[in-house]
Ligand binder design. Structure first.
Ligand SMILES: Cc1ncc(COP(=O)(O)O)c(C=O)c1O
Length: 436
């Protein structure tokens, strides 16, 4: 093996491209085809009625309840729609505050805003999820919910967030879009807080191209979310999930109903989620953590309240400082390794529309004149830890299609770059530095 780093003109450790980049999408196959074919042949594409008996979305919801260990599940059109339904489910509106992490997807900011509530941005910690200490600082009497984003398979310190929420009497919305199938100390994420939201968009762990789900153990939250997703009404299949019957009067809702075609693909994906995606990813993830810990003394990984529960879709190396992280990421990429999060997320406080607080109509709550969020201010200084932490980390993407030989290459490349750079760790080998 050429020990000279590729970034310094050496031979890249890996030349062949890695297999498929996405998770659920990479295992789409006969199971999806069989269920979609059944829907097409039935000519029943709508979940609520048809000339035959539609059942895919109903089956998906039933099997999801068992899989995630929740009482209620609702198929919707996207992860964003799931978040909008969660806001309606919790009755969140003008005057309320929702704590959201700085590192997130745009929908996590947009959902409270479109409900009229004010997002309050809290920093992340070295789990890349919400920092419980900053959440505790940012809670006010107006806080209605904490929106916890499980970033790229990781479970963060959700236990501490749940504890804070319980003490302060606020709801927890779990955004599981990037971590479907992960668990915290044996319990599936999505079942731990007040309401869980999933996305089945193409780059997710489980996919139907577009799609999403809301899960909850709270009948009232579920009924409100279900009504919101269907113009305020509640059709029999969803009413049937309510043991005590409906409790809520109809109200103005949106239309986020899942189609039978989407339900068919999502159902096939759910049935093989563990076997085809989460288990292989976790196996590679566990192996890399073990072997790299041995081969690279001093190497750190992103922090976690439960590394065993991580969905295993990305191994985050924590290089300690942004300078090292940025250099290490570039050097590893040059060795031919898939580096960087495939699911996009951003420091929300750097988004121009967030800083400008631009909404569909300037007079709307929360930011309109005279509205409770009119004085809200969004700027990167409000989450000073986010960029340094994010840039200190190097994400190595793990997909279910990796072979053991692919994982060997990832390990060997990380070891190669680490050994070339580990003067940092005081082993006496000079660090090549950014230009080496
Ligand atoms: C954390 C997070 N939340 C919500 C969403 C929104 O999901 P969708 O694209 O299905 O609306 C995404 C999508 O990338 C996400 O990453």
């Amino acid at each position: 093996m050429d020990k000279t780093l590729a970034i310094n003109g050496g031979t890249p450790l890996r030349r062949a491209p890695f297999p498929a980049r996405y998770w659920g999408a990479s295992v789409v196959g006969d199971e999806e085809l069989a269920l979609v074919t059944e829907v097409v042949r039935s000519r029943c594409l709508f979940r609520a009625y048809g000339d035959g008996t539609p059942h895919m979305v109903d089956d998906l919801e039933r099997e999801a309840r068992a899989f995630f260990g929740v009482k209620h599940a609702l198929g919707v059109t996207s992860g964003s729609a799931a978040l909008f339904c969660a806001m309606a489910g919790l009755g969140i509106g003008p005057g309320d505050e929702v704590i959201v992490p700085s590192l997130m997807w745009l929908s996590d900011f947009n959902a409270p805003v479109l409900a009229g509530a004010t997002p309050v941005v809290a920093d992340i910690d070295r789990t890349l999820c919400l920092d419980p200490a900053d959440v505790a600082r940012k809670i006010t009497p107006r806080t209605k919910a904490i929106l916890f984003v499980y970033f790229m398979g990781g479970v963060g310190h959700i236990d501490r967030i749940l504890g804070i929420a319980q003490d302060r009497g606020v709801a927890v919305i779990e955004d599981c879009a990037q971590s479907c199938g992960a668990s915290f100390r044996g319990r599936r994420i999505g079942s731990l807080g007040t309401v869980g939201c999933f996305s089945f968009q193409h780059n997710k762990i489980m996919t139907s191209g577009e799609g999403g789900m809301v899960v909850s153990n709270d009948a009232l939250v579920f009924e409100r979310a279900a009504r919101f997703h269907d113009l305020g009404g509640l059709r029999p299949a969803l009413a049937a999930q309510l043991d005590g019957g409906p409790q809520v009067e109809s109200f103005v809702g949106s239309q986020f109903r899942m189609s039978e075609l989407t339900g068919a693909v999502a159902l096939a994906q759910l049935r093989k989620l563990d076997r085809a995606v989460v288990e292989p990813c976790r196996r590679h993830f566990g192996r890399l953590r073990r072997e790299l810990s041995e081969a690279c003394p001093g190497m750190r990984f992103r922090d976690s309240g439960d590394p065993e529960g991580d969905a295993g879709i990305g191994l985050y190396l924590d290089l300690g400082t942004p300078e090292r992280g940025i250099w290490f990421g570039k050097a590893l990429a040059k060795e031919g390794i898939p580096v960087g999060a495939t699911t996009h997320a951003c420091n929300l406080l750097r988004s121009e529309y967030v800083q400008a607080r631009r909404q569909p109509h300037a007079a709307m709550p929360p930011f309109g004149p005279g509205c409770p969020g009119h004085a809200a201010h969004y700027a990167p200084e409000l989450s000073p830890g986010t960029d340094p932490i994010l840039n200190s980390m190097v994400a190595v993407m793990i997909t279910p299609c990796l072979t053991d030989a692919d994982v060997d290459d990832i390990r060997d490349a990380v070891v190669k770059v680490w050994q070339a750079g580990n003067g940092w760790e005081g082993t006496g080998v000079a660090a090549p530095g950014p230009r080496g």
